[in-house]
Design a protein around this ligand. Sequence first.
Ligand code: CP
Ligand code: NVA
Length: 308
Amino acid sequence: MARLRHFLDLSDIETATLRHVLALAVARKGKARPEPLLAGKTLAMIFEEPSTRTRVSFEVAITQLGGHAVVLDSAGSQLSRGETVADTARTLSRYVDAIMLRTVDHERTREMAQNAGVPVINGLSHRSHPCQVMADLMTFEEHRGAIAGKIVTWTGDGNNMANSWIHAAARLGFTLRIACPPELSPRAEDLNWAAGLGADIVVTADPQAAAAGADLIATDTWVSMGDDQTERRHNLLAPYRVDSHLMARAKPTALFMHCLPAHRGEEVTAEVMDGPQSVVWDEAENRLHAQKGILLWCLGADSPGHGS
Ligand code: CP
Ligand code: NVA
């Protein structure tokens, strides 16, 4: 049996495949809808954590591709009463063609993939957020051309988004500078994996130095789903806020990105978030197109005969 095309982490997927999925996404953006490449296919989406963008963009994506989505929140399924992830994976695989899971615990995502007979998509875990970074890569290239050789600066928490940016930097060949308080540094395991592939990644406590000459400044909330110690995190992360002074350190053509939801006045000022360098709404839109690329690849509907 062919290996299932799970989409758990950008580090699991070869560069050529990521490029292929991005090309599928870009192509979808220009296509008329509906485009019934996934007619008759069903996606189960399990949300153990809240979502606006991921939930709606996946449901709209599969609907526009001719398929259907079933949404389960943890409270409304037997997961809330202790049914295991493995048994849930085995059951859902008898009904649906792919499963998307959002959960804090990345091990639950892995366990789902290990026990499912259909592809599993990571719709965010505390470890990573690969679907979002696919949309962000698409957004950058749409505005500024190839990301290879460019400088991306991440400032703030070394969280799930930072980890997926690390994976992307190693796969797609751009420089990544991460400015964060030492105790909120990204996982050593991910940094070491990227270093092993020769990735150009610097971790520093100095956001001003990290932003110098950058092509993109990106940040995210100071308190992710599953985090505690909110006040302490706010104190540690305040120097990493993106404001107009930090943006001025970057290239005049630099973009600002945030996966959303944003907290104006915390990780980013309203001036930057709503300013001319911000592409946050394009990122949000591109979640829809990126999800289509991911779904088409996961479900094997990505060959030229399928309309890519
Ligand atoms: N960026 C993102 O994943 O948003 P949601 O939490 O709304 O899905
Ligand atoms: N880092 C954030 C991203 C939300 C889309 C979180 O995990 O809550």
